[in-house]
Design a protein around this ligand. Sequence first.
Ligand SMILES: Nc1ncnc2c1ncn2[C@@H]1O[C@H](COP(=O)(O)OP(=O)(O)OP(=O)(O)O)[C@@H](O)[C@H]1O
Ligand SMILES: [Mg+2]
Length: 227
Amino acid sequence: MSLVEMKDINKYYESGKNGTIHALKNVSLSISQGEFISLMGVSGSGKSTLLNIIGCCDRYDSGTYLFDGKDVKDCTDKEKALIRNKGVGFVLQNLGLIQGRTVLENVMLPLLLGDKGSRVNPEAKAKEVIEALGIGDKIDTVIEELSGGQKQRVAIARAVVNSPKLILADEPTAALDSKTAIEVMELLKKLNKELSCAILVSTHDPLIAKGCNRQLWIEDGVLVERE
Ligand SMILES: Nc1ncnc2c1ncn2[C@@H]1O[C@H](COP(=O)(O)OP(=O)(O)OP(=O)(O)O)[C@@H](O)[C@H]1O
Ligand SMILES: [Mg+2]
């Protein structure tokens, strides 16, 4: 069974100045467990829009979308929140880290938002992930004192701490130099293998895209697969 099964998804934005924008046009996409996929497209082509819909952070206007076999249209708000919290791990385009808080506090957050009955010790689990991502020495450092590459690792740690089935990474290497960008991609590759979670990563960088097992391209809201 596919983790993501989309058929003919359309998304429109109503924008006062620009009228209606048709941001996704009949997008069909399946993602299976453990896949490592890149999504390329110029600025404004619809990459973030697609990732946000896959992650149940935004609504679509028509089409069908099944996440892990369940029709998202039939999900209650609570079920969608559960997908956002545990089903997917989001590495946001603007990172979305909480300033003034430490690395540990940021990475622990999804565990604290999750079900209270869980037997996972949030602090121990967050520490384990932070160590695994190579930023153990920064665990008590506040976010604004980290470099760009270190912040990106914190964002990835936060995305994987709940062991999601799918990681959505929106241009995770855009703000990094090429060496750090390669390191971050190696890290995602390692997580993909070790956790056998699927990863969908949007990028402007053809080299990054080439390192993925499957390549998608989006052009003005139309998704195509590159052989
Ligand atoms: N909240 C919004 N309201 C209105 N229009 C929007 C909104 N979000 C995105 N759009 C429009 O939808 C289209 C797709 O935007 P999107 O952010 O998905 O592009 P992108 O491929 O992620 O671009 P980038 O590479 O710059 O991040 C663009 O035309 C954009 O202007
Ligand atoms: Mg974007």
